[in-house]
Design a protein around this ligand. Structure first.
Ligand code: NOJ
Length: 756
């Protein structure tokens, strides 16, 4: 009965969707029958008047082009007035009155800025993450925006690459869950909703594997590696119904992504059945010339033949497609198809019904930066912080006594929001100093001193300050600043040093070869440690840093990333124990840059070194260990969780008999708290070598102090699949290890037998 009901329901839903599609197709066909070739090509042109974007070129004569029907969409502008102005030109003054599509990089919130994506991924909480995307969509749509260039889901194993800040770290399982949650959050139930944004998964594909972590660098990898590790998060976004896909700057198998037919047509359209819009990244189309693929006309034709619909900023389509049509380098059918996809996106977003449907001043003033949104940002930030060390339980701090609050990031608004917060207003953010005052009130005596500049390296400062003065070197001498800080430390019970990177030391075009805390601040930290006072290091960073010295000499380390608008309050909540930290790393922290790439799901090699016996002729280094300083999944709590009793309900797993794995997690410490229980597998023998561990499941459990809970995971043979040499996901029977723990290193283990 239930099955029949379901079947009937699905049939009715399918008929309804078909009817809607027919209506849309009819509308678009009628519209396209009135369009000239120039107008069709115009729809493929995505321009920016400059401002909140990155890149050396900005579009010219934007208003006139809109009037002439030479623009399909506009991006990179903030504020409803500008959106309205441009939309007015399109719908009132262009021949066919086709509305524009408005995009923006709404990456971690609009004006209520959430933690940077790498931080959010450390919550391992897809409910919170989805909620953050929903709030971002509600705020952005109220300002008239339709489209966000998010989520960025590039798997990254190299923290030198600045854009690790924008993604979810190194793991495909976690990354996929987050990708889907973000898409659901932005797009809501229906793209036509007035508070929905069309999401754009990026950067398709493999951008996170840029060689040596150098921005925009080349990528080369095997198909097996792509399929098993790098492609799943993009696929998860597609499966979640993402409306658009952005191509990446890099090449894949020697062909830039923007002109790569295998990627955009064979894989994305044919294998993954993606039906939405494909847009290039900023001038990635014309950059194919520098890649060595030919002149603008040639690369534009290449992109059209590959399956690219919309050209961001390069105007290669606008200026050359007509000639290519004449020469037969592209077909009218291809241009029609691309134009149709742009119009479909506009139709689904409801723009033909009402081009101003998203703009809503009343909703904007009620929602943007509302108390509810700020509370959500504060909660997300608290959950994203990772406690890396807590020696002698120096944290949480007492709400009494004297605290020396030291560091260039301690009383700083400019750097709270992190990279890609284009509509965020730093002056609306809460600094750490303000947060501590808000949370601890007057019961704590705070002695604040800046102590050092973020960096004294003028080249780094100039490079970082492209969007404004994030690093503002003082006229005071470094020794004077340092002495003031040390004097404050000496008068205090505990030192809280707020150090790290400026916001734009990560993000686009922010690769670093040395990923330590900048030297000026290291000098300060060493002087603070020398005072003998307990030192708590609160870190601002958009990437894993090398922290070996800090780990040895500082009492506690709290990684606060870039926490967004409410960062200061959230940091204070955690420092004083109002919230017990629960974040877990989504990316390994290397001991030194020499280890990079270091990631948990590595292969065993034929000569693995397990740390026992002589390492000679084993896979290791003479001068550093193999293991990272802090592994994937790692993060402490003020309480302690112990794991016991890992048992399967039976030991033979088969396609028809999933296995349940049970264990007990106990809170044996002194605080209530939340733990993320992680399940990894290892396929012991397979036709393609498999990693020593792979995350397959995770669950969050909240335990009162003294409480124990049973945690149950169900594993089926789909969870045991890998990509074989024919690039198929397959399950091969045999022995599998299952590991469960609070990080990827410290785990309980059992063995299962997989059968047919
Ligand atoms: C270039 C970046 O790579 C991309 O992530 C962003 O969405 C576009 N610029 C638009 O600003």
């Amino acid at each position: 009965m239930r099955k029949q009901f379901m079947a009937c329901f699905l049939l009715i839903a399918a008929i309804h969707i078909q009817a809607q599609d027919n209506k849309m197709n009819g509308f678009i066909s009628t519209l396209m029958s009135k369009m000239t070739v120039d107008e069709k090509i115009g729809q493929l042109n995505l321009v920016t008047p400059g401002g909140a974007v990155t890149g050396s070129v900005v579009s010219q004569d934007v208003d006139e082009k809109i009037r002439q029907g030479k623009v399909g969409g506009l991006f990179g502008i903030t504020g409803p007035e500008k959106v309205r102005q441009a939309q007015d030109i399109a719908v009132q003054h262009s021949r066919l009155h086709i509305p524009l599509l408005f995009g923006l990089d709404v990456i971690h919130g609009l004006e209520t800025v959430f933690p940077i994506p790498l931080a959010m991924s450390c919550t391992w909480d897809t409910v919170l993450i989805q909620k953050s995307a929903r709030i971002a969509a509600a705020e952005a749509s109220a300002d008239g925006l339709d489209w966000t260039f998010s989520p960025m889901v590039d798997i990254a194993r190299d923290p030198r690459w600045g854009r690790v800040a924008e993604g979810s770290g190194e793991d495909p399982c976690l990354g996929s869950a987050i990708a889907a949650a973000m898409v659901r959050g932005y797009q809501g139930k229906d793209l036509a909703q007035k508070d929905a944004l069309m999401a754009c998964v990026k950067h398709f594909a493999l951008y996170g594997a840029a060689e040596a972590g150098r921005e925009y660098n080349t990528v080369d990898m095997s198909r097996i590696k792509m399929y098993q590790y790098y492609l799943p998060p993009y696929k998860a976004a597609v499966d979640a119904g993402v409306g658009s896909v952005m191509t990446s700057f890099n090449e894949i198998d020697g062909i830039p992504a923007t002109g790569n037919k295998w990627l955009l047509t064979d894989l994305l359209r044919n294998e993954w059945k993606f039906k939405g819009l494909v847009v290039s990244d900023y001038t990635s189309l014309s950059e194919m010339t520098a890649h060595g693929m030919g002149d603008l006309q040639t690369v534009s034709a290449l992109a059209m033949n590959a399956g690219l619909d919309m050209d961001m900023v390069a105007e290669g389509y606008l200026t050359t497609l007509k000639q290519s049509l004449k020469k037969g380098r592209v077909t009218e059918k291809q241009v029609d198809q691309a134009c149709r996809r742009v119009l479909e996106a506009k139709y689904k977003l409801g723009l033909f019904t009402d081009p101003y449907r998203r703009m809503n001043a009343e909703r904007a003033s009620a929602e943007i930066l509302s108390a509810t949104n700020r509370n959500a940002a504060r909660e997300t930030a608290e959950h994203s912080f990772v406690l890396l060390k807590n020696g002698e339980q120096v944290l949480p701090l007492k709400k009494s006594g004297t605290i020396a609050l030291i560091g260039p990031l301690a009383s700083n608004h400019r750097n709270m929001l992190g990279t890609w917060s284009v509509a965020g207003d730093p002056s609306k953010s809460v600094s750490v100093l303000e947060g501590i005052k808000n949370v601890a009130g007057t019961s704590v005596n705070i002695l604040y001193a800046k102590g050092a500049n973020i960096s004294d390296d003028s080249v780094l400062v100039a490079h970082t300050n492209v969007f404004g003065p994030e690093i503002e070197p003082e006229t005071r001498k470094p020794e004077d600043m340092l002495n003031e800080a040390v004097a404050a430390a000496e008068k205090s019970d505990v030192v809280v040093a707020v150090l790290g990177e400026a916001a734009d030391m990560t993000g686009e075009s922010s690769s670093r070869a040395d990923i330590s805390i900048p030297e000026s601040q290291e000098t300060l930290l060493k002087a603070l440690v020398k005072t003998g006072k307990p030192v708590v290091l609160v870190l601002f960073n958009g990437r894993p840093l090398t922290l070996e010295w800090e780990n040895q000499h500082v009492n506690a380390i709290l990684d606060a990333w870039f926490g967004g608008t409410e960062a200061g309050n959230a940091i204070a909540d955690v420092l004083f124990g109002d919230y017990n930290p629960s974040g877990k790393l989504s990316m390994s922290f290397p001991v030194s840059v020499g280890q990079i790439p270091v990631y948990y799901n590595a292969k065993n090699t034929g000569r693995p070194y397990d740390g026992k016996g002589s390492p000679k002729f084993k896979s290791d280094y003479l001068d550093i260990p193999n293991d990272p300083l802090y592994p994937f999944g790692y993060g402490l709590s003020y309480t302690h969780f112990s794991y016991s009793g890992l048992v399967p309900d039976h030991t033979q797993i088969s396609p028809r008999h999933p296995i349940q794995v049970k264990l007990t997690v106990s809170n044996t410490g002194n605080y209530d708290g939340e733990e993320t229980v992680q399940l990894y597998i290892r396929d012991m023998v397979a036709s393609v070598t498999q990693p020593v561990k792979e995350l397959k499941k995770f669950q969050k459990v909240w335990l009162k102090k003294g409480e124990s809970k049973e945690v149950v995971f169900t594993l089926n043979t789909d969870d045991l699949k890998f990509v074989n040499s024919q690039l198929h996901w397959v399950y091969e029977p045999g022995a599998f290890k299952v590991f469960v723990g609070g990080n990827s290193r410290d785990v309980l283990e059992i063995t299962l037998n997989g059968i047919r």
